[in-house]
Design a binder for this molecule. Structure first.
Ligand code: ARG
Length: 379
């Protein structure tokens, strides 16, 4: 890992755009710099309460078989190739691409509260969120993700030195008391009923949230209570962002709520994609603000594609390069058609092997700098 001393001081403004180095208020303004995750060094997490809840029962064998070991090499190679090509395409579009450090996530660790080994640095969206010039490291709620921030430390130090506000949220101890440890073992219908009543695997004993449970619309941010984001975590977020921002909690009928970016994805002011399988309960909020909600097209992914950590709805997990240009998976033709019909320029990129690691373009990135400033969009 690069140390503080090795980092050269650089001016706090990026000279060509006169923007602070960290500057992003929404999901669609013109993209200038982005962190793209990596799969090198990824480990399969050992089963733990939150992972067991978020995974599908049919996938548990994968974690039982490989937990604590590196991800199978052929999966890593195929996904790394797609991520590298994605980086090349972003650079060709004029975007500065940064990558986390390579870390061996199989290394076991022990805190006073639990023992685990790590996971990966494939999905920067899960752990980092930029709000204005502040970059927040989320606390996370999986034991296997407790030390994930280490892969991003040299980047955070660089942004700090160049003028960013860097905040790390308090991490939950992740002791047994933090989880409803029986939750995952309950039958799926029981879990679903519990989730609908606002009961999740993480309890409210200490704040937790994943950055990917938040979606940014300028002054208004939307967050979902999920298995990894709890009420007290949302309170911390509201208090930390202060009066300049409004944080609204929204919900979806979702058996495995974790990360909002396969449920609600804004595309440009006034237009957002929603997931027809889990329509937002507070749809009125968006309609009243004058937003059109368009249903995402289903994925073309074959049923037998290895998907251990997410659903094929990551087909809607696109990355906007600006309000007119969107990166979409190459084989998701229905999604591409939908977006073209809405007037967007679509950049198709192969990413199915990255899906296997639990996400797509939005998950695998964290937009550090976009043009634009703080605005309101009708809410
Ligand atoms: N829970 C979502 C689904 O399976 C996947 C969201 C992935 N997002 C992320 N930032 N890792 O549909």
């Amino acid at each position: 890992m690069e140390t503080l001393l090795q980092l050269k001081p650089t001016p706090s403004l990026v000279s060509n755009q006169q923007l602070p180095v960290v500057n992003s208020y929404n999901e669609w303004d013109p993209l200038k710099e982005v962190i793209v995750g990596r799969v090198e060094g990824a480990a399969v997490p050992k089963l733990e309460p939150a992972l067991e809840t978020n995974s599908y029962p049919s996938n548990l064998w994968f974690f039982q078989k490989y937990g604590g070991q590196p991800f199978p090499q052929e999966l890593i190679e195929a996904a790394a190739k797609e991520l590298n090509e994605f980086c090349r395409i972003l650079e060709a579009e004029g975007v500065t691409v940064r990558r986390p450090d390579v870390i061996d996530f199989t290394q076991p660790y022990k805190t006073p509260d639990f023992e685990a080994n790590g996971f990966y640095a494939a999905m920067p969206r899960d752990i980092l969120i930029v709000v204005g010039n502040e970059i927040i490291e989320a606390p996370m709620a999986w034991r296997s993700r407790f030390f994930e921030y280490r892969a991003y430390r040299s980047l955070m130090l660089d942004y700090l030195r160049r003028g960013a506000k860097w905040t790390t949220a308090p991490k939950p101890s992740m002791s047994d008391e933090f989880y409803d440890v029986d939750f995952a073992t309950k039958p799926v219908e029981v879990r679903y009923a519990l989730t609908e009543k606002g009961h999740f695997v993480s309890r409210d004993t200490e704040p937790s949230f994943d950055a990917a449970d938040i979606v940014r619309f300028g002054r208004d941010l939307f967050v979902q209570r999920s298995h990894v984001t709890n009420n007290i975590g949302i309170t911390w977020l509201k208090r930390n962002l202060g009066d300049k921002f409004r944080v609204h909690e929204i919900n979806f009928p979702d058996l495995n709520p974790m990360h909002i970016d396969a449920s609600l994805v804004p595309l440009r002011p006034g237009l957002a994609l929603i997931n027809p399988a889990r329509p937002c309960i507070q749809t009125d909020l968006f309609k009243k603000a004058g937003w059109d909600l368009v249903e995402a097209a289903p994925s073309t992914l074959p049923d037998n594609w290895p998907m251990y950590m997410c659903s094929s709805w990551v087909c809607m997990n696109i990355l906007s390069l600006d309000p007119e240009t969107i990166v979409v998976e190459k084989q998701e033709q229905p999604m591409q058609k939908l977006l073209k019909d809405l007037g967007f320029k679509v950049i198709p990129v192969d990413f199915r092997h990255v899906y296997t690691f639990g996400g797509s373009f939005h998950c695998a990135t964290c937009d550090v700098r976009r043009e634009g400033q703080l605005e309101e969009y009708g809410f």
